[in-house]
Ligand binder design. Sequence first.
Ligand SMILES: Cc1cc2nc3c(=O)[nH]c(=O)nc-3n(C[C@H](O)[C@H](O)[C@H](O)COP(=O)(O)OP(=O)(O)OC[C@H]3O[C@@H](n4cnc5c(N)ncnc54)[C@H](O)[C@@H]3O)c2cc1C
Ligand code: SF4
Length: 517
Amino acid sequence: MDKRYDVIIIGSGAGGGTLARQLAPSGKNILILERGDWLRREAENWDAEAVFEQNRYVSPETWYDRHGRAFQPQVHYFVGGATKLFGAALYRLRREDFGELRHHDGISPAWPITYEELEPYYTRAEQMYHVHGLRDRDPTDPPASAPYPCEPLSNEPRIQQLFEDLTAAGYHPFPAPCAVMINERNMAYSTCIRCRTCDGFPCLVHAKADAEVVAVRPALEFPNVTLLRNAKALRLETNADGTAIAEVIAEVGGEREAFRGDIVVVSCGAANTAKLLLMSANDKHPNGLANGSDQVGRNYMFHNSQAVLALSRERNPTMFQKTIALNDFYFGMDGFEYPMGNIQMIGKSLGPMYRGEKSLETALLPMRLLDDIARHALDFWLSTEDLPDPENRVTVDSAGNLTLSYTPNNQVPKQKLYEKLKSMLGRLGMHPGYLIPRNIYMKTDIPVAGCAHQAGTCRFGTDPKSSVLDPNCKAHELDNLYLVDTSFFVSIGAVNPSLTAIANAIRVGDHLLHRLA
Ligand SMILES: Cc1cc2nc3c(=O)[nH]c(=O)nc-3n(C[C@H](O)[C@H](O)[C@H](O)COP(=O)(O)OP(=O)(O)OC[C@H]3O[C@@H](n4cnc5c(N)ncnc54)[C@H](O)[C@@H]3O)c2cc1C
Ligand code: SF4
């Protein structure tokens, strides 16, 4: 096999998969190295017990927390990466998120690019990922150059009621941006069947606009793109001067192989990208590749998230619940001047999802009661920004063990958001005062295991002393190394991160096309 490529992309998720799709028509010789395999289409894709109780699609890997305690991170190694399991809520960051924002616990720093610079790529990202939505219903919506490519999803009756109740109470709910390939005007011809097992599940019928379906598979239709599955990058070797990556060393089906590329793009997810750079230390880069700033692995963020359920007075038979959201408290509220975050619906909970969870409120109840709770539950996802802290970091020992040291910050606005929603329930047809934590993405006692929204670790910036990447996401210290996963984030905002990673991958793709021309 000819092992020299124009571009090698390591990791095929939101960042890497999208980049491959963006570069594919160029005719350049592109190799994707993906440590996972295809996620098998099988009945278990939509089986709550298999997915949530038995962790069927979670890697059996072990990471360590700052106390050295082992935990199983909620990571998913497949073609398409974490997007195979994602909830397909594809939000733009708010325009203000790109500037410096004062939070309760300190400053959320400015990005080296403005919202306006990323805006055209957000539009292209929404088009590539078939995002449904409606602009300008949300007062915090940033300006956009085009409407959403697909009309908003309809609300099922209980959610429509919630929408109306929220509106009547003076709030501004809006249709949640959602990346599923549904044709509600003609369901007989729709790929998406609007099922109950979407958020946190793989899509059995490939109707979710995940990175495998809308990016990697279309990229592979071009003869110049090669995907190697079960190919785990172990190390990046530089040239003798240490100025560029010369080889990618990978384990492919148990064998060690070397690949050479003019451009090497790492997109392994924020934690694993930092690990790969740190593991690749050599004489010229003794602290790890691109780490003269000592920033590689630092500033890990993953949102202060809360999955909660409220008990509706009437039953909630909703199938697809994730159709509305609320940003009225994104930047604060009367009496609290700091940003609080986003409220959105998450996938409808089912009895088996609660089983095995550690929260006392649910774990002690028998199954039939859990089923009854599920029948009445309205499920919310609350996201508050966690601030970048250099001590919240990924480190690796010589054996390759990954430690994720994380101390929570910005907890007051998280609590305020929770209390605010709780105080609203009585006016929204729900039992006042019952807002129950539902630790779906964080199924263990160790919150760091819930790393679905991991970001940071290799921030981009203009100053090589305080950032790992330049504004094009090229490593300051290496001529041909780029990163396009969520590791480049300077701050994480309070909306889901994928669309920003996707838009940035398209942006970096344009830069690479120019460079390779
Ligand atoms: C259950 C769940 C629900 C979510 N819901 C949403 C949502 O609704 N909206 C949203 O915006 N975000 C959501 N997310 C988060 C979203 O999926 C991630 O932010 C996004 O996928 C990150 O993209 P990435 O490219 O950084 O990493 P990933 O998409 O995880 O891709 C990394 C890839 O690199 C591969 N890899 C890792 N190490 C190596 C190696 N050494 N060699 C080769 N390959 C390697 C992995 O197998 C993987 O394919 C959710 C995540 C989860 C888990
Ligand atoms: S709701 Fe649609 S996209 Fe989601 S899993 Fe079901 S069929 Fe797939």
